[in-house]
Design a protein around this ligand. Structure first.
Ligand SMILES: Cc1cc2nc3c(=O)[nH]c(=O)nc-3n(C[C@H](O)[C@H](O)[C@H](O)COP(=O)(O)O)c2cc1C
Length: 182
C-alpha cells in the first residue's frame, strides 16, 4: 500500500480544495491510501521556543501522520500570491528537527484550484521551494493549477483526468532513482 498524506491549504468549510482532496479517494490508483491530515488549524504558529520537549500534542499528531506516509500531497488555493499561512505553518513544523523532519526524503507534490486564471501557480511554486529546503523530494510533474470558481469543476472529466494523472505520477514516482541521481 502507498500512503499519501494530504495537506489541505484551506480551512473553509466549503473549500473547493478540500473537496478536491476528498475526491482523490475515488481517483487514486489501486493500493493507494489517501490520508487527509486533519488538525492543521490546531497547530500554533511555529515557535522555536515551544519546539522540543513538551511540543504541543497537535504538532506531534500532524508530524506522526506525515512521517508514516510514503508521499505528501498539498492541495491548496493561493492567498496573496503565495501559499496560505495554514499550509506554510504546517510546512514549518514538518521541517523540524532540521534535516530529519517528517518531510525529509519524502516525495512531495502540490496541486490546487483558485478562481484566478493562473490557478494558484505562485502558491504551488512557493510550496515546492519551501519543502525542498525541508528535504522533501519535489515531484515537479505533479502539476495541476486549476482555474475555477466552484466545486462543479470536480465533475469536469478533463479536470478529473488531470487530478488522476497527478496522483498517479506522485504514487509511481521512483524516490530511490531520484535519490541516486542527485
Ligand atoms: C486572503 C485571500 C487572498 C487571496 N489571494 C489570491 C491570490 O493571490 N491568487 C488567487 O488565485 N486567489 C486568491 N484568493 C482567492 C482564493 O484562491 C479563493 O478564495 C479560493 O477559492 C479558496 O480556495 P478554497 O475554496 O479551497 O477555500 C484569495 C483569497 C483570500 C481569502
Amino acid at each position: 500500500m502507498t500512503h499519501v498524506a494530504v495537506l489541505v491549504g484551506s480551512l473553509r468549510a466549503d473549500s473547493v480544495n478540500r473537496q478536491v482532496a476528498e475526491s482523490l479517494r475515488h481517483l487514486a490508483p489501486e493500493g493507494t491510501v489517501i490520508d487527509i491530515v486533519e488538525g492543521l488549524a490546531d497547530l500554533p504558529f511555529y515557535n522555536e521556543d515551544v519546539d522540543g520537549a513538551g511540543v504541543p500534542a497537535a504538532v506531534t499528531a500532524v508530524r506522526e501522520r506525515v512521517a508514516k506516509a510514503d508521499r505528501v500531497l498539498a492541495v491548496t488555493p493561493e492567498y496573496n500570491a503565495t501559499m496560505p499561512a495554514v499550509l506554510n505553518n504546517a510546512i514549518d513544523w514538518l521541517s523540524r528537527p532540521y534535516g530529519v523532519g517528517a518531510l525529509a526524503g519524502k516525495p512531495f507534490g502540490v496541486i490546487g484550484v483558485t478562481p484566478t486564471p493562473y490557478g494558484g501557480k505562485w502558491a504551488h511554486e512557493d510550496a515546492r521551494r519551501s519543502v525542498k529546503i525541508a528535504g522533501a523530494i519535489v515531484v515537479e510533474d505533479v502539476d495541476v493549477s486549476q482555474s475555477s470558481i466552484d466545486v462543479d469543476v470536480l465533475h469536469d472529466p478533463q479536470v478529473r483526468a488531470k487530478l488522476e494523472t497527478a496522483l498517479r505520477t506522485l504514487v509511481d514516482f521512483d524516490a530511490d532513482a531520484a535519490t541516486t541521481a542527485a
